[in-house]
Ligand binder design. Structure first.
Ligand SMILES: NC(=O)c1ccc[n+]([C@@H]2O[C@H](COP(=O)([O-])OP(=O)(O)OC[C@H]3O[C@@H](n4cnc5c(N)ncnc54)[C@H](O)[C@@H]3O)[C@@H](O)[C@H]2O)c1
Ligand SMILES: [Fe+2]
Length: 390
């Protein structure tokens, strides 16, 4: 048995109706709350419920909702200035991954001083040190995909350099995450599908990474099983709370799997694609994960075979190689079914003359992930792989 450490410094409250605990949790950390809220929730019953709950706990608050998918670094900087000017001492984030990542970066930037982009990891570029502990963060996800409620990452987009990059710091961990599947029922089928693909990709990438541990394998396999059994039901019948609960748990487990293990090649390509084209995160992964697996085989065969069999138990009698080779097609078919189209990098607007740039961005922003995928891509191999994803 290999030696490893499990070190996950957050409290997790999981289950339908858990939102009601928000005031108690926030009150343990501060008096003036900087609420970062997904714009789709403005004026909703959920927002009213949170405000009432905070007031009942004697908390003062101000609200920030200037969030977009693929969150912009300058929006974080505006939020950080406001948070500091208002002397907030705790941050509460409710929304999709973009909202929670914005809040994580605000919690760091407001007490550190540099522009948020400078805290993101980028090879061969200046990266600012995070000297002061972030403001405490309470995170409440409303999508089941990113698992950001359990990760030390905040992914930001800088349109000036056409790139997405990640703040990697334990200060990104929320103090408390409240995962309430009732908040996910309102996701339309397309957002359900795109975010679900992300949760699955986290689990697959962590499980097949060369630095996985038995703990990560266990967590990731359970996330994959829950995804395989529930994603179609969540897309077709979004009010099924049991299926939503299962997908929420898959997403949280996916986050736990990548928290100490990183995402790998599909995320390196997908994240770079989103930086260049603003593709939705789940779509940017869907259009390359099958090609990445095909390209890696026969490396990592055992684990890819195991995943294929979770989706299609009838493969049990096939050889390991046959099962592993079946996985890309299984995924392509599933994406077609839940996204209603075959997605490629071209679908999201990537042009032939951007391929080299995409390879460069993937390399400089997520090389740590590229090098732990079962087959390690050189820059020229990345270019060839991207062509296959077109
Ligand atoms: N920090 C991490 O560990 C981590 C991991 C994976 C992805 N990410 C990042 O997270 C971002 C993607 O987050 P996401 O996939 O959750 O999407 P998102 O936050 O961008 O939200 C997508 C859309 O769904 C809407 N929405 C959210 N919840 C809803 C609900 N319950 N009902 C109806 N509409 C709802 C939002 O308003 C938005 O328009 C990307 O930037 C990605 O890079 C971060
Ligand atoms: Fe992701």
């Amino acid at each position: 048995m290999p030696r490893y450490i499990i070190d996950l410094p957050f409290k997790l409250a999981f289950g339908a109706g858990k939102l009601k605990d928000v005031g108690d949790e926030v009150a343990s950390y501060g008096k003036k709350v900087f609420i970062v809220i997904d714009p789709y929730l403005r004026g909703s019953d959920t927002e009213n419920q949170i405000q009432d709950n905070l007031k009942r706990n004697g908390l003062d608050y101000i609200t920030f909702d200037d969030i977009s998918p693929n969150p912009r670094c300058w929006v974080v900087d505006r939020g950080a200035d406001m948070c500091k000017a208002e002397a907030c001492d705790v941050v509460l984030a409710i929304g999709g991954g973009s909202t929670i990542d914005t809040a994580k970066a605000i919690a760091i930037t407001s007490v550190n001083g540099e522009d948020s982009w400078l805290y993101t990891s980028r090879v061969d570029e200046y990266v600012a040190e995070i000297k002061n502990p972030a403001l405490p963060l309470i995170a409440i996800p409303t999508t089941s995909g990113t698992g950001t409620e359990t990760t030390p990452y905040s992914v930001l987009n800088n349109p000036e350099v056409h790139s997405k990059a990640t703040i990697v710091s334990d200060y990104c961990f929320p103090k408390v995450s409240i995962v309430d599947p009732e908040l996910m029922v309102s996701m339309p089928p397309m957002i359900t599908a795109l975010t679900g693909i992300d949760a699955f990709a986290h689990a697959l990438e962590a499980y097949t990474s060369t630095i996985s541990t038995p703990f990560i394998d266990m967590v990731a396999l359970e996330a994959i099983r829950l995804f395989a059994e529930n994603i179609k039901e969540c897309c077709n019948n979004g009010s099924n709370i049991e299926a939503r609960e299962n997908m929420a748990w898959a997403s949280t487990l996916g986050g736990i799997a990548i928290a100490r293990c990183t995402t790998t090649l599909p995320h390196a390509l997908g994240q770079a694609l989103a930086g260049l084209t603003d593709a939705p995160h789940g779509g940017s992964i869907a259009c390359c994960i099958g090609r990445c697996i095909e390209w890696a085989l026969p490396n990592g065969e055992e684990k890819f075979a195991k995943i294929a069999q979770i989706f299609d138990p009838s493969l049990a009698s096939a050889s390991v190689s046959e099962r592993a080779a079946a996985l890309p097609e299984i995924l392509d078919k599933l994406w077609l079914e839940i996204l209603n189209q075959n997605v490629t990098m071209s679908t999201y607007g990537l042009k032939e003359d951007q391929i080299e740039e995409l390879a460069y961005i993937a390399y400089s922003t997520l090389y740590g992930g590229i090098k732990v995928f079962p087959r390690v891509a050189s820059k020229s191999e990345l270019v060839e792989l991207i062509k296959k994803c077109m």
